[in-house]
Ligand binder design. Structure first.
Ligand code: SAM
Length: 267
């Protein structure tokens, strides 16, 4: 199984990710990324760490029938959902640090909320540059630091109260200057970083349980517990998260401001 740590070994995670998180949480920023890179008809596009494929799907709408879109991810479980939702896109199993493509094969490479999880970010950036054609465009998005997102900061406090220290990988590369420096070191030109904020809106409160799963999965304590103990911890954190989330309630659901750095650059 190649599920990310925040999936807490749940086989159902990729489907829940697609059903509960993609539209409200990821799509608004995926749209901004595709727009800022300027994906256009006929282009060859690579979506690195594609997950269930939202960026690849948006890119495919723009690239049209004369373009080529490939989504790559290290998780076969995430790719299985991507292939079910969009069977016409090309999906590839692989790691960002060793892309299974030739030099200069793409006009644009996109990476949405993936870079912060890579064990070797420099190698991944080197690979993204290698597979881009001369003049090709790069777009990379990573969430800002945890302290800059009050909703996730508040839920994190609840999680740490029950699970002890949590190293939240989702916010692990939130410094825009560090992101820009990484791209510069990989040889990219015209590096630009934009801080993009959206109000994300959920029609129900499923995010609280999914977030509690993520927190337990990324906690030190969670790693040494049995599946049953982890499930009990998730229940506890979900219950207390509901109390802490009162200020974010809108009707039956929740809404909060989220910010992502979006970096664009050229070869
Ligand atoms: C938060 S998800 C983002 C998915 C998608 N880009 C989106 O916006 O919905 C992070 C993804 O990164 C993938 N990932 C983590 N490390 C990776 C690596 N070294 N190479 C390729 N994909 C990786 C995970 O499997 C997961 O699907």
């Amino acid at each position: 199984m190649t599920l990310p740590a925040y999936a807490l070994n749940a086989q159902s995670f990729p489907e829940r990710y697609e059903q509960a998180l993609v539209q409200p949480l990821f799509r608004p920023f995926a749209e901004a990324l595709v727009e800022q890179v300027g994906v256009a008809a006929g282009q060859r596009i690579l979506d690195v760490a594609c997950g269930t494929g939202i960026v690849a799907r948006l890119a495919a709408e723009r690239a049209g029938s004369t373009g080529r879109v490939v989504g790559l991810d290290v998780s076969r479980e995430m790719l299985a959902v991507a292939a079910r939702v969009a069977p016409n896109v090309e999906w590839r199993d692989g790691t960002a640090a060793a892309l299974p493509f030739g030099d200069g094969e793409f006009d644009a490479v996109l990476c949405h909320q993936g870079l912060q999880f890579f064990p070797d970010r420099a190698a991944a950036m080197h690979e993204m540059r290698r597979v881009l054609t001369a003049g090709g465009r790069l777009g990379v998005a990573t969430w800002v630091p945890l302290e800059d997102v009050p909703f996730f900061r508040d839920m994190h406090r609840v999680g740490e109260r029950h699970a002890g220290p949590i190293s939240d990988q989702r916010h692990a590369f939130g410094d825009g200057d560090a992101l820009g420096a990484l791209l510069g070191s990989a040889g990219f030109r015209n590096v630009r970083i934009a801080r993009v904020t959206r109000t994300v809106t959920f029609e129900n409160r499923d995010i609280l349980q999914l977030n509690a799963m993520a927190l337990v999965g990324m906690s030190t304590a969670g790693k040494s517990k049995s599946d049953n103990e982890r499930a009990a911890l998730v229940d506890l954190i979900t219950r207390d998260s509901a109390e802490a989330a009162k200020g974010y309630t809108v009707g039956e659901g929740l809404a909060f401001a989220l910010t992502s750095n979006i970096a664009t650059a050229e070869v």
